[in-house]
Write a protein that binds this ligand. Structure first.
Ligand SMILES: *Cc1c(COP(=O)(O)O)cnc(C)c1O
Length: 429
């Protein structure tokens, strides 16, 4: 008997009447797979329960933050303690310095850091600071990299085209993206050509050092080093957007794993442990430009919010104490091998890139190196896989082009149950 989704369906109809598309962020709607989202009642460890009481193994973790799993005791205790003191003061607290120090200790390139309330705010602010610091306007991004819904970053120009940015959303004036150059990921030659022509006008290069937002795309050997060298040579600020990879791939993020030092880093997701926190930081001379230390304005009424800081401190503190990264990588290795074997046994062409605890099963015969190749994936097959896995109690991101996350709360039993589900689903697909 198919699982009941009646209560979710009723609540989705209700939400549609008052909220655009029924959701407060488009990734939550099941548009890419057809159908309606599950409404969640509660979560614990590696599991979610929807309103109809279905228990699901969760490989989304709130789209990244829950590397420790849901309701980690140390995190809950810290938030409860902060709550007894009040929810927001609009004045400095010790908690802000504590989280800033944890970040600076963990992330090699960050000397000074500013807290904001989302990843979008972090990237938007980092771009502004990079422009203020260099006195230049142009920025380079890579097609398929997502940096939040910042006007100037909502661009995905045609592959490899050295064109002016074209906005990918109505409401973004062409003027906002006129200084955005969009290039193909993993193509250092095109990047070098672009710098050769316009290097003295380029304020910053921003990228996801391991991409999560076109599904997981791994930087090819030498690509990140080329980004670093070209920025240094042309005096542009290298910004690693580690909103997803920060504290995920290692405590120091992708920059620690790949040993490349950016000038600035943006953070989000895990840094708040499930509360709304983002941050941007980097070289002290660059961050000295940020108001009120310097002239580049950036502010936030709820920035450094005490509940959010307490949640972030407990999360990063627990990560530092427990170092779950080797175990996470081993479990992810085991899971991806199992999923890949299941797909092969079913005769399904696929590729399964993974780094640390991030992975994507692409229904794509070729190695996915960039947005164009990712676009060749079989999204219809993905939709059938997605719904099959839901029916088997496994909650995956509802799009082919997203990263899946393993958390420290997933047991070997959860991994094995997921592989068994995938065998069933892929065989029948
Ligand atoms: C999620 C994400 C963002 C945006 O963060 P929000 O908190 O959703 O605004 C930016 N960059 C990357 C790499 C992300 O994964």
């Amino acid at each position: 008997m198919p699982m009941s989704r009646e209560r979710s369906q009723v609540q989705f109809q209700r939400a549609l009447k008052s909220i655009p598309g029924g959701v407060n962020s488009p990734a939550r709607a099941f548009g890419a797979v057809g159908g309606e989202p599950l409404f969640i009642d509660r979560a614990d460890g590696a599991y979610l329960w929807d309103l109809d009481g279905n228990k699901l193994i969760d490989f989304i973790g709130s789209w990244g933050p829950h590397i420790l799993g849901h309701r980690h005791p140390a995190v809950l205790a810290a938030v409860e303690d902060a709550l007894t003191r009040g929810t927001s003061f609009g004045a400095p607290t010790e908690l802000e310095s504590e989280l800033a120090e944890l970040v600076i200790d963990a992330v090699p390139s960050i000397e000074k850091v500013r807290m904001v309330s989302s990843g979008t705010e972090a990237t938007m602010s980092a771009i502004r600071v990079a422009r203020g610091f260099t006195g230049r306007d142009k920025i380079i991004k890579f097609a398929g990299c997502y940096h939040g819904h910042v006007d100037s970053l909502l661009v995905k120009a045609g592959s490899g085209a050295l064109t002016l940015g074209v906005p990918s959303s109505p409401g973004v004036p062409a003027g906002c993206t006129a200084d955005t150059i969009s290039l193909e990921f993993n193509n250092p030659n095109k990047l070098a050509e672009t710098f050769a022509v316009q290097g003295d006008k380029i304020a910053a290069l921003i990228l996801e050092p391991v991409v999560g937002n076109m599904g997981v795309v791994v930087p090819q050997p030498g690509f990140l080093a080329a980004c670093r060298e070209l920025c240094t040579k042309h005096g542009a600020v290298l910004i690693f957007d580690e909103v997803m990879t920060g504290f995920r791939l290692s405590l120091g993020g992708a920059q620690e794993l790949f040993k490349i030092t950016p000038d600035m880093t943006t953070l989000g997701k895990i840094i708040g442990g499930g509360m709304p926190v983002g941050a941007y930081g980097g070289r002290a001379d660059i961050m000295a430009k940020v108001s009120p230390a310097g002239p580049v304005y950036q502010a936030g009424t709820l920035s450094g919010n005490p509940l959010a800081m307490a949640c972030g401190i407990a999360t990063l503190g627990t990560l530092r104490e427990t170092n779950p990264y080797p175990t996470l990588a081993a479990r992810t290795e085991r899971l991806t091998r199992g999923l890949s074997d299941a797909a092969s046994a079913a005769g399904i062409k696929h590729t399964l890139p993974h780094v640390g605890s991030m992975f994507t099963l692409f229904f794509n015969p070729d190695p996915v190196l960039n947005n164009t190749i990712a676009g060749h994936s079989d999204t219809k097959l993905f939709a059938r896989y997605f719904w099959g896995m839901i029916e088997h109690g496994v909650y995956l991101p509802c799009s082919q082009f997203e990263a899946n996350f393993v958390s420290a709360a997933h047991s070997d039993g959860d991994i094995d149950a997921t592989i068994a589900a995938a065998k069933d689903v892929l065989r029948a697909i």
